[in-house]
Design a protein around this ligand. Sequence first.
Ligand SMILES: *[C@@H]1O[C@H](CO)[C@@H](O)[C@H](O)[C@H]1NC(C)=O
Ligand SMILES: *[C@@H]1O[C@H](CO)[C@@H](O)[C@H](O)[C@H]1NC(C)=O
Ligand SMILES: *[C@@H]1O[C@H](CO)[C@@H](O)[C@H](O)[C@H]1NC(C)=O
Ligand SMILES: *[C@@H]1O[C@H](CO)[C@@H](O)[C@H](O)[C@H]1NC(C)=O
Length: 429
Amino acid sequence: MYNRKNNHLSVSIVLLSLFLIGIIFYDEDIKSLTQFPFSTPNSQKIQSHENPLPESNINEQQSSKLSAMVEDDEDMEFPPESCDIFDGNWVFDDLTRPLYREEECEFLTEQVTCLKNGRQESMYQKWRWQPKDCNLPKFRGKLLVEKLKNKRLMFVGDSLNRNQWESMVCMVQSVVSSGRKSLIRTGSFSIFRIEDYNATVEFYWAPFLVESNSDDPRKHSILDRIIMPKSINIHGQNWKNVDYLVFNTYIWWMNTRNMKVLRGSFDEGAIEYDEIERPLAYARVLKTWAEWIDKNINPNRTTIFFNSMSPIHMNLDWDNPHDTNCAKETSPILNVSTPPNVGTDRRLFTVTTDVIQSMKLPVNLINITTLSEYRKDAHTSIYTIRQGKLLTPKQKANPDVYADCIHWCLPGLPDTWNEFLYTLIISHL
Ligand SMILES: *[C@@H]1O[C@H](CO)[C@@H](O)[C@H](O)[C@H]1NC(C)=O
Ligand SMILES: *[C@@H]1O[C@H](CO)[C@@H](O)[C@H](O)[C@H]1NC(C)=O
Ligand SMILES: *[C@@H]1O[C@H](CO)[C@@H](O)[C@H](O)[C@H]1NC(C)=O
Ligand SMILES: *[C@@H]1O[C@H](CO)[C@@H](O)[C@H](O)[C@H]1NC(C)=O
């Protein structure tokens, strides 16, 4: 199926002129919303991860006491493996949610601090995911940090995985005393370091997983996104010697119906590309990824996770009293009898599950798509930044154009994604 005849579109003009034309007609909507908002002033060199970190100063006795303490707790009941934790419904719970407070996590970026950015109500922080046939264990940052001792947890992918990484940093940071934690952004990496445990929670920017012309974490507002579906080592070399790898790739596949696939290599100055249908290109990329994983990852050391697609709420296909996108939504869709149609490309979901099933190594699918489709209320909407700046009052008054219905406020929905990750890391693995 990968040999399907491609639609050969020769590019007869040089990229520069394409780019200039593009600037004029460019609809930057989705593209700028998915921008990497970190301003890293100097492009520091990626630090070597081989450097030994200071010895953990939690001794064995302390840590076994800690484990005993938490194991006694009734909340430590883990769901049986037979329970589908992704099948369930949203329950309003302002006793146990949010898991942390927006103003208490210094590591949150302006992109996601919706209350600080002017959102008036915080209901979106107070929904708990309730699986149908079991319960999720209570999240305990301390226990997770214990598990991560001398280990690396790395999120790899696009800005939605970065959204989840930020959430994870906040979920664990409160158990670490100040001065014993740090966040460094360097090149494609953002690394949260927990000194006393010699643990890291990292994010690696690779929006298509494979090599693309959008791989610069700061400058990727690019007109024509072009991928090289067979080239993954340039990123993959940075995923070695990690203990927990969490992948995703979705949002940038949604800009256009077809994907532009480079003929040849950027290094060789290639500029011609073919346009390939989205699911076919996605399958090619995931196949490259799967082969890389099977060949380079030692399953005795590393556990692999793959996040399914994080949905967008641009469409009007839910029962919408406001005739706009996600902007005015304040509650989830509570009727879970059928997933709402919000325009998710489920063909890519099928590709993902097919590829995972064909792999030698086990990959844990974090099936967040449907349960997130109900959360039309949880996006950053107009309470966010655009091109590095908070929306102006004028922009806020025009949500049809300026609302971000892609990313999510924090605290919020990605905390639930991390509860799944936590459950899988702590219970089964
Ligand atoms: C993913 O979860 C949804 C419910 O949230 C379920 O309907 C669907 O079958 C699940 N898919 C897989 C592959 O587990
Ligand atoms: C610290 O963690 C790194 C990365 O997981 C590991 O390679 C190293 O051996 C650890 N250092 C010590 C002193 O345990
Ligand atoms: C993983 O561990 C098993 C059992 O100890 C061993 O047989 C196998 O060779 C190991 N695999 C790798 C890739 O090291
Ligand atoms: C839930 O949605 C289904 C399908 O759209 C519909 O048939 C059903 O009547 C709805 N239930 C309620 C209680 O609104």
